[in-house]
Design a protein around this ligand. Structure first.
Ligand SMILES: Nc1ncnc2c1ncn2[C@@H]1O[C@H](COP(=O)(O)OP(=O)(O)OP(=O)(O)O)[C@@H](O)[C@H]1O
Length: 269
């Protein structure tokens, strides 16, 4: 079992404004994207799951156990989170030390941590930078160091906050492969995204946050069909859907391959 349940989850930073209004979500094996405009409450939600914030009301269950009162340190073995800004996460002055820190912190021996760190750095394409200072690398590379640090911990839940921001095509392919592999290993993968194309191409389930509530939740294909509801949340449909619409195709296709196959069928018939 590897599941998280949020029940009537509420959160406020200040007495004046409720940020999460009472979220009900059951997160399971499907790789899941969370989308929503700036300020919708996405990062706040995942920080609650990770134990970085405490709910104002409601609860969070991990595999049936109430974890709402637990700290991030207590949850570190189970729940890994890649921060939106790698500079909030990275503090060592050598890449390999940074990636080994998390694993050692949760009890891996130095040898285990080193082996896991090297494997993780290979996955993100940075194995040759292991001896560098993270701050001599680019921001997109530092984002990948932050990803590697969490992969090396081998947690059952992996949360990414905006991993595609600042990544080029190669970086996005690397992330796509990592997410597919985590999914195959049975990890619970949750990812906050502003990149609708990436969400459409990669995730099985998509959840739309709007003003601290869940506005839409379901299979990605179904969620992205609701152009009007997405508009209400100030979100666009993925470009592949917009292109298909402009071609007069009503069905929802999420990837170039799906659309090209459809167009080939139209040409053939
Ligand atoms: N530490 C804080 N203190 C007070 N208010 C905060 C704090 N962090 C976030 N907020 C407010 O909470 C609301 C939700 O923020 P949150 O970062 O969860 O949204 P988000 O959907 O992740 O947005 P983004 O896509 O911009 O990251 C926003 O109005 C934000 O200004």
């Amino acid at each position: 079992m590897n599941e998280i349940k949020a029940e009537k989850l509420q959160f406020s930073y200040t007495a004046e404004k409720k940020i999460l209004q009472g979220i009900h979500l059951h997160l399971m094996k499907e790789s899941t994207a969370i989308i929503g405009q700036n300020g919708a409450g996405k990062s706040t939600f995942v920080k609650l799951l990770k134990g970085l914030l405490k709910p104002t009301a409601g609860s969070i269950l991990y595999n049936g156990k109430d974890i709402s009162g637990l700290t991030a340190a207590t949850l570190a073995k189970d729940i890994g989170m890649v921060f939106q800004n790698p500079n909030d996460q990275i503090f060592k002055n050598k890449v390999i030390d940074e990636v080994m820190f998390g694993p050692q912190n949760i009890g891996q021996t130095e040898d285990e941590a080193q082996a896991n760190a090297i494997t993780a750095l290979r996955k993100v394409g940075l194995e040759h930078q292991a001896e560098q200072n993270p701050y001599d690398l680019s921001l997109s590379e530092r984002k990948m160091i932050a990803v590697a640090s969490i992969l090396a911990m081998n947690t059952n839940v992996v949360i990414f906050d905006e991993p595609t921001m600042g990544q080029d095509y190669v970086g996005k392919q690397i992330l796509k492969n990592i997410i597919a592999e985590l999914r195959k290993e049975g990890k619970l993968v949750l990812c906050i995204l502003h990149d609708m194309d990436f969400a459409a191409q990669v995730f099985e389930r998509t959840i739309v946050f709007h003003q601290g509530n869940v506005l839409l939740d379901g299979p990605t294909k179904e969620v992205f069909m609701h152009a009007d509801i997405l508009k209400k949340a100030f979100l666009e449909q993925p470009s592949i859907i917009k292109i298909a619409k402009n071609l007069g195709i009503d069905n929802t296709y999420l990837t170039e391959e799906e659309l090209i196959e459809k167009l080939n069928r139209v040409v053939r018939d």
